[in-house]
Design a binder for this molecule. Structure first.
Ligand code: UDX
Length: 453
């Protein structure tokens, strides 16, 4: 047996660079598994709030688990990347890779993390694994992460250090569950020792593990998100065709999803996809392809479709209400999906902008996302504190994100509170049959009566 494998001990100390969504969930998940974890960020406010057991965004269950981990001494925050990496056996890069104006990924934060890891490893005598968890375009890790770490530390990957790529597949709103028991764990390894060490870190996780090379691991992330975005755009395109032919797209997709080659998930038609990953990752891989003179007609169409769907939704609203100028819309749900306060790329923005352009006014309610949405636009939206307030006195209602509490609104509530009891549901929050003969005009995206108001 080779010496390193014989001597392999489970790493105990982990550093996580970046206290954003991914970093914080990653840190807390490792702390929950008993690793002593330090999360770092250049933003002192984020570090302080972590050390006080709190967080700067909302995610179900996360605050409680952070409090518990900080109390047990398993999780702490620091602003010093170099010190945190020096004191750990394994370090995770979890910084953001936002979209640049040209569609490429802005990798500057990954670059500066690589420099800090290089500095931290310079004077270390023992073995260390650096792991790239941030979504980075294929070729980034061996293109500059590894050369930067090697140059600054003076150590060689495959000898004293290893570098792995370990993409995350966390969904906001269920990130803890996804982090604690992911469908699969992808481990891209620079060398076998690195991959084995990371596999040991994950040995108690009840998930399938796929070990591959680092470029493959980078690409798996982009291919996954691109395919999921494609499924959604596909369902949305079919919703428009189904509406025209008096067919319920949800029933169609149920039938499609029963094919074991396909599966029914991510085939829910709606107002389009948003969030921090799908739009960004699809744009980034298109950029990489075009850079290599590869055409991407399918992925281009996926994005294009996602721009068409909110326009189509506003058409549906106009058709159903019969003219929206001067009318007040009770707008329910501002986040890009329920169970999150995140409004990045939310379809609420293009929809509300169009409603204003058409002369409507908006009274908006969201259980968590009002502060974030307010910061995104200076349109004169009236923000209110409950769905009841939003509906009261408004002309009609629109649902953009299907928060659970909206399911509790019944036909009587709509009739009592709205001037015109019309509900246009962008997320198929309800079974449309619930409203039949109840005195409420209801239409959901892709519903079969959508063309016959
Ligand atoms: C996504 C991926 O699922 C996750 O694996 C990755 O790491 C980050 O990006 P997230 O952005 O949190 O997660 O949300 P997700 O639940 O995937 O939904 C993304 C968008 O697609 C939302 O706007 C959602 O409303 C929309 N969606 C999703 C649909 O319109 N229809 C569906 O069937 C599913």
């Amino acid at each position: 047996m080779v010496k390193w494998l014989r001597d392999q001990v489970k790493p105990r100390k982990i550093s996580v660079i970046g206290i954003g969504y991914v970093g914080l969930v990653t840190g807390v998940v490792f702390a929950k598994h008993g690793f002593k974890t330090v999360c770092t960020d250049i933003n002192e406010m984020k570090v302080n709030s972590l050390n006080e057991g709190s967080i700067h965004f909302w995610e179900p269950g996360l605050k409680e688990l952070i409090e518990e981990s900080v109390r047990k001494g398993l999780l702490s925050g620091s602003t010093d990347n170099v010190e945190a990496v020096s004191g750990s056996d394994i370090s995770f890069i979890c910084v953001g890779t936002p979209t640049s104006p040209d569609g490429s990924s802005d990798l500057s934060a990954v670059h500066s993390c690589s420099e800090d890891i290089g500095k931290a490893l310079k004077d270390r005598g023992d073995y260390h694994v650096a792991v790239v968890k941030s979504s980075v375009p294929p070729g980034t890790t061996d293109g500059f992460v590894i050369p930067t770490i090697e140059k600054i530390s003076g150590k060689r990957v495959g000898e004293e250090i290893s570098v792995c790529v370990n993409p995350e597949f966390l969904r906001e709103g269920s990130a803890l569950q996804d982090g604690l028991s992911p469908d699969r764990i992808v481990i891209g390894e620079s060398d076998k020792r690195g991959g084995d060490t990371l596999s040991i870190v994950y040995e108690d996780f009840p998930s399938l593990k796929l070990v591959c090379d680092i470029r493959t691991a980078e690409m798996i992330k982009y291919a996954t998100n691109s395919l999921l975005a494609t499924k959604i755009s596909f369902a949305n395109e079919f919703s428009r065709i189904c509406e025209e032919y008096n067919i319920d797209v949800y029933e169609v997709m149920r039938g499609v999803g029963l094919d074991s080659r396909i599966n029914p998930r991510f085939l829910d038609a709606g107002v389009g996809f948003g969030g921090s990953c799908f739009p960004k990752d699809v744009k980034a891989i298109i950029f990489q392809a075009k850079k290599a003179n590869i055409e991407t007609p399918l992925l281009d169409a996926v994005l294009n479709n996602n721009e068409i769907q909110p326009l189509h939704f506003v058409d549906l609203i106009k058709k159903y209400v019969g003219g929206i100028r001067g009318k007040t819309v009770a707008f329910l749900g501002l986040s890009f999906k329920p169970n999150t306060d995140d409004t990045r790329e939310t379809r609420a923005l293009p929809i509300i902008e169009l409603l204003y352009k058409e002369g409507a006014r908006v009274k908006a309610y969201d259980p968590k996302a009002i502060p974030n949405f307010r910061a995104m636009t200076n349109l004169h939206i009236e923000y209110v504190n409950s769905w009841e307030e939003a509906l009261r006195g408004s002309d009609f209602a629109v649902i953009q994100a299907d928060w659970k509490e909206f399911r509790e609104i019944n036909a009587e509530d709509y009739k009592r509170l709205l001037k015109l009891p019309i509900v246009i549901d962008g997320r198929r929050t309800y079974d449309p049959n619930e409203f039949v003969n109840k005195g409420v005009k209801y239409v959901g995206v892709g519903w079969k009566n959508a063309r016959n108001p």
